[in-house]
Structure formats: structure tokens, C-alpha cells
Design a protein around this ligand. Structure first.
Ligand code: 3PG
Length: 206
């Protein structure tokens, strides 16, 4: 099974992807790789998401594929079958945690409070998504958790930009941030892969 903490350490930014046409998946992954990004979260928010992951897994072996918006055990099994090596969820439920374990796919579960983080830590999760990062308190909130919960590393996502990412990345308990700004749904649909590579390059240097 993949190790979430080591995957998140591959780079400072993980693009969160909403893709409408699986035909755009490989050019998208190539554009990100060219910009220096080798981890991707493809959200299960569109019909095309699973096919997109399959295409990337087949053609871009250097890309580490995560499935995002994994909400159920069925989502977890589908993501694994499509080639995802980790699953990301906005929160966490007992059935999702069991489902990911049964599917043999590592989970990056979401938390937005000390209590949620502590419940997940008790279950062995020391690497968590902090979502929605900005509305839930942003970098000051995460900074406040570092002292009482130093064992936990967070990947904040939700409302983060190229400009605000450094506020999060400077924290001891953040190893990478996630966001859609690198490859927006519109840029992908417009096949604006040059822009995506440029944004990936800038993000990879954060
Ligand atoms: C996520 O799923 O993590 C968020 O939708 C990404 O948030 P953003 O679109 O504000 O970057």
C-alpha cells in the first residue's frame, strides 16, 4: 500500500482536478509533469473521472494518481481499479475508512477540528487533509494545532492560491497544499495545457 506521507512529500502542491472529458487526461498529466508536478488528485465529481485516471495510469507511469472526493467504499474500489494509489476524502466516516482498508488503498481523510483530527489519529491516520482550508480558519488555525498535535501533518485544500500557498507551506505541520488553481476545470476544457504547465512550474517552485 502506498504511504500517504511520502506521497505528499513529493512536491509542495497537489493539483485538484475536475475533468469533464477523459480525452484531456493524458495531455493534462503530461502538462503537469512537464511543469515538475508528479502527484495529482482527480476528483470523482464527473462521469469522466475514472476513465481519466485509467488513461493517466496507462500512459503516464511517472504520475502518482490520487482519487479525490472518495465518499463511499464503492468509490474506493472503483478508484483503485482505475489506477489510483491513494484516496482523498473531504471528511471521514467509519464505512469509508473500512472500505479503503478493504480495497487496499491508502486514505487521506479530511478533518477541520482538533476532535476530528484526534479521532483519526486514534485510528492510525497521522496525515490528514484540512478542508475547506480557508473557510475553516486557514493557516492561523493550522498553526494553532501544531503545538498540541505535532504528530499530525496536514494537506490543506480549499481556497488556496499561488499567492497564499506560502502561508501554509511555511508551517511545520504542512507538507503540501492542494488546489485547483494550477489546472482549473475551464483551462482543462479549453485544452490550455501551456498555461497549466506554466502554473505547475510556478507551483513546483513554492
Ligand atoms: C478540493 O476538493 O480540495 C477543493 O475543491 C479544492 O479547492 P479549490 O478549488 O478552492 O482550490
Amino acid at each position: 500500500m502506498a504511504n500517504i506521507r511520502s506521497i505528499l512529500a513529493l512536491g509542495p502542491v497537489m493539483p485538484v482536478i475536475v475533468i469533464d472529458d477523459a480525452a484531456d487526461a493524458v495531455p493534462l498529466a503530461q502538462a503537469l509533469l512537464e511543469g515538475g508536478i508528479s502527484t495529482i488528485e482527480v476528483t470523482l465529481r464527473t462521469q469522466a473521472a475514472l476513465s481519466a485516471m485509467e488513461a493517466i495510469a496507462k500512459s503516464c507511469p511517472d504520475m502518482v494518481i490520487g482519487a479525490g472526493t472518495v465518499l463511499t467504499p464503492t468509490d474506493a474500489a472503483n478508484a483503485r481499479d482505475a489506477g489510483a494509489v491513494f484516496a482523498v476524502s473531504p471528511g471521514a466516516t467509519p464505512s469509508l475508512i473500512d472500505g479503503c482498508a478493504n480495497a487496499g488503498i491508502d486514505l487521506l481523510p479530511g478533518a477541520t477540528s482538533a476532535s476530528e483530527a484526534m479521532v483519526l489519529l486514534e485510528q492510525g491516520f497521522d496525515t490528514l487533509k484540512f478542508f475547506p482550508a480557508v473557510p475553516a480558519g486557514g493557516a492561523p488555525f493550522l498553526k494553532s494545532l501544531a503545538s498540541p498535535l505535532p504528530q499530525i501533518t496536514f494537506c490543506p485544500t480549499g481556497g488556496i492560491t499561488q499567492q497564499t500557498a506560502p502561508d501554509f507551506l511555511s508551517l511545520d505541520n504542512v507538507s503540501c497544499v492542494g488546489g485547483s488553481w494550477i489546472a482549473s476545470r475551464g483551462d482543462i476544457a479549453n485544452k490550455d495545457f501551456a498555461t497549466i504547465t506554466a502554473r505547475a512550474s510556478a507551483a513546483a517552485e513554492l
